[in-house]
Ligand binder design. Sequence first.
Ligand SMILES: NC(=O)C1=CN([C@@H]2O[C@H](COP(=O)(O)OP(=O)(O)OC[C@H]3O[C@@H](n4cnc5c(N)ncnc54)[C@H](OP(=O)(O)O)[C@@H]3O)[C@@H](O)[C@H]2O)C=CC1
Ligand SMILES: CC(=O)N[C@@H](CCC(=O)OP(=O)(O)O)C(=O)O
Length: 325
Amino acid sequence: MGNPKVFIDGEAGTTGLQIYTRLSQRSDIDLISIDPAHRKDPAERAKLLNAADVAILCLPDAAAREAVSWVTQPSVKLLDASTAHRTADDWVYGFPELTADQRSKIASASRVSNPGCYPTGFIACLSPLVSAGLIPTDFPVTVNAISGYSGGGNKLIDQYESFHAEAAGTESIQPYSPYGLSFGHKHVKEMQQYTGLSHTPVFVPAVGDFKQGMVVQIPLPLWTLDSPPTGQKIHDTLAQHYQAEPFVQVAPYSEPSVLRDGTFLEAKTANQTNQVQLFVFANDESQEALLIARLDNLGKGASGAAVQNLNIMLGLPESAGLETA
Ligand SMILES: NC(=O)C1=CN([C@@H]2O[C@H](COP(=O)(O)OP(=O)(O)OC[C@H]3O[C@@H](n4cnc5c(N)ncnc54)[C@H](OP(=O)(O)O)[C@@H]3O)[C@@H](O)[C@H]2O)C=CC1
Ligand SMILES: CC(=O)N[C@@H](CCC(=O)OP(=O)(O)O)C(=O)O
């Protein structure tokens, strides 16, 4: 038996290209590539989708749905990086660290959805705490986050790069811009579903004037609870849950040395890795806490997670092609 064949539909996009780069260096996978002149040709894409062992969809949602409808070969497994199937019942959510049996569900699935970048940080922080009963399911959760502009794909990258060209030598670049201000961002359903919350969180994303990197912050007003957990308890619950996980790190509790100058939590420190780094800061006297996840939106937030899921789906070593910390 030869190597498994993998086709990336959307190979020229931001996520597709990063997956391609990671996989092209591997000798245990054969990549099937589309002729760039035909990259949007339905017949050519359908042919390659059905010729793969696993096809990875790195497309806008509508194009991903269409691609799925073209797969007629039952042996083809699909891994979708878009939002299209993340909350669908007949797809398995590709966050292996979610629960003890999620990895084996991914391994045996023929349809796997790759998590969103912001939801990866959010779910990593909150899901174990809700499962352990430390945060009640009806807690009114808010989440503030900032992403590098590559989170918006090629269009936002081009937009920021033209801002940079126009603004050269002036002060006119906007460093921090909240968006999604009409609510109902495409990620909130996914955030709710995989944490078990009874309501969607209030999600305030922002884009920053840096290409890559992401920080997801969840403030917890613990004084609203009858028996608030201590910061240490929150930390230890997360540390225990992720103890054996190579791609989720829980930083030491309220540790200033993880901050620049003991003060600033930087957004880009996890870049070029498949790591999501979790931080717990708390004050037991005032009964408030802050959970923070830091990740590379294009790493564990997209292409790194896709390679990790692909490895699991193909029965290859999970860390193949990925650096562990
Ligand atoms: N960027 C990020 O941080 C993350 C992105 N994702 C998800 O990954 C998916 C891809 O996003 P991203 O890589 O950022 O976006 P990009 O816009 O950078 O890439 C999308 C690619 O798909 C191509 N494409 C669009 N429509 C079709 C079509 N009908 N047939 C074939 N190719 C098509 C685009 O070509 P063209 O540009 O010519 O239209 C482009 O090359 C999205 O669903 C996004 O939600 C997931 C996690 C994080
Ligand atoms: C900065 C920016 O625009 N970010 C995108 C999120 C990235 C993305 O496309 O979402 P997935 O991670 O689910 O694929 C947004 O808010 O729509």
